[in-house]
Design a protein around this ligand. Structure first.
Ligand SMILES: *Cc1c(COP(=O)(O)O)cnc(C)c1O
Length: 463
């Protein structure tokens, strides 16, 4: 009993802690109110611990460590840059496509200044923000007109709401996909008031199946790219031009949701074919939609390209206003599209640089890391990811570090500053140089050396 009273008496007071230099710094960062609350809460849990005869460290420095750790966990920015060492190039959970230097610079330039978002410099009056990327997209895809919205899901909802509400939309059963994050084509249709008419079977759909389903209620034939899975074996889908010919013959709209959509032929990297936007336009689709931050390598956006007359209806729809993009997105999108126009996309856009990285060069980078950190360099595979090129991947070289507990080591990497995201196998932590940006290498090696050193001290040498 006396012991407990003794302990309670030894507790530092709130005022005493507040005068501490470290606490003064915390107050600057998190505010007086939050710091006082954190101190009170910590002292209270110490008191309860003492009464329950559990031993909490009660020294001033232990209290300060706990509250600064707690404040950091609760209030530091939850959106932070990380180092992606997974080898998944378009990693949906890690923000998909990192932007080119020009795109970053363009965002910064319009972020802190007034700009021409909705201002026509020639006329000196109000302009439309919808014009911004349109000319570039027309030049690059051959389409008559283009608009950018918040993301490709929004693009699809706008197309269906504006052009197929209370009408029927025909889609192949093999294309009723779920993209991830609960984005399912049938649910999108329901939300937009269009009626889904499924034709064909899971593995085979022929153009005759579309033909047979057409009636007076039909508004549209919709193709959806199966972007995150691949069907093998006894499979068949009608060609692009069969779908557009059928639509034309019956006076229907032909719409292609490409998902990723690319302006560059992926076959030149030894990858499978990913449908290009130009192919869909030249096959005669009325509208084609795709994401800005998948294989385009730009900011989050949903881009629609196609016939000018339809685009005018989309622009007038109230949802277009609700789904519009902001100045930062336009800035990054325009800069990204300019790389394609100048034929420098493969050099300037990070995802294309990563996809195109030579195996030898990746191997040399991995060897350089191994020389500094330990571990060995092994063969592996990188994936493109992000709902593109399912089932195909790229050969890579990985740094494999043998550790006592790969899961714990990987957790240590995630807690580091900057956090490092790695792959984990049974006995190794695996790091793929392909997706590590050159300017992140110093940070990566610093984080790895420190963790590897801790591991060394615990377990003897890394192998
Ligand atoms: C990824 C994808 C979408 C959704 O695109 P977001 O830009 O993520 O909204 C829609 N359709 C297909 C086929 C996709 O692959």
């Amino acid at each position: 009993m006396n012991d407990k009273r003794d302990c309670l008496r030894k507790l530092p007071s709130v005022d005493r802690l507040l005068s501490h230099k470290r606490v003064q710094n915390l107050i600057k960062e998190y505010s007086h109110r939050l710091v006082v609350e954190a101190i009170r809460a910590d002292l209270e849990s110490i008191r309860r611990g003492i009464l329950a005869e559990q031993n909490l460290e009660i020294s001033e420095s232990a209290v300060l460590d706990r509250i600064s750790q707690g404040l950091r966990t609760d209030f530091q920015a939850s959106l932070r840059p990380v180092i992606n060492a997974t080898g998944v190039v378009i990693h949906t959970n890690l923000g998909r496509a990192p932007l080119s230097e020009a795109a970053q610079a363009a965002m910064i330039a319009v972020a802190g200044a007034y700009n021409t978002l909705e201002y026509d410099l020639e006329e000196g009056e109000r302009g439309s923000r919808l014009v911004h990327a349109a000319k570039l997209l027309r030049a690059l895809t051959g389409a008559e007109d283009a608009i950018a919205l918040n993301n490709n899901a929004a693009a699809l909802i706008l197309i269906l709401s504006a052009l197929a509400r209370e009408r029927e939309v025909i889609i192949s059963r093999g294309q009723l996909v779920e993209i991830g994050g609960g984005f399912r084509i049938p649910a999108i249709m329901r939300e937009s008031g269009a009626t889904l008419v499924e034709v064909g079977t899971t593995n085979r759909t022929r153009i005759e199946d579309y033909e047979a389903a057409v009636n007076e209620q039909t508004a549209m034939l919709l193709r959806v790219h199966a972007s995150n899975f691949r069907q093998l074996g006894f499979v068949e889908q009608p060609s692009l031009s069969q779908v557009t010919a059928c639509a034309r013959q019956h006076g229907l709209l032909a719409v292609d949701d490409l998902g990723s959509g690319t302006l560059i032929n992926t076959r030149k990297f030894g990858l499978a074919y990913e449908p290009t936007i130009q192919d869909s336009i030249s096959a005669g689709f009325d509208l084609v939609c795709f994401s800005g931050d998948k294989l385009l390598g730009g900011p989050q956006a949903g881009i629609i390209v196609g016939k000018a007359k339809l685009m005018a209806r989309l622009k007038r729809h109230p949802l277009a206003r609700a789904m519009r993009v902001d100045k930062l997105t336009y800035a990054a999108l325009i800069a990204t599209l300019q790389h394609y126009l100048r034929d420098e996309a493969l050099q300037e856009i990070p995802i294309w640089r990563m996809i195109g990285r030579e195996l030898d060069e990746i191997g040399r980078t991995a060897e350089r890391w191994a020389a500094q950190i330990g571990g060995k360099v092994v063969d592996g595979r990188s994936t493109v990811g992000g709902g593109s090129l399912p089932g195909t991947d790229l050969p890579t070289r990985l740094l494999a570090i043998a550790v006592a507990s790969p899961a714990r080591f990987a957790a240590g990497l995630r807690q580091a500053d900057p956090p490092v995201i790695a792959r984990v196998s049974k006995s190794h932590v695996l790091l793929d140089p392909r997706t590590v940006l050159p300017e992140q290498e110093t940070d990566l090696l610093r984080v790895l050396s420190r963790l590897a050193l801790d591991e060394d001290q615990e377990k003897g040498r890394l192998s």
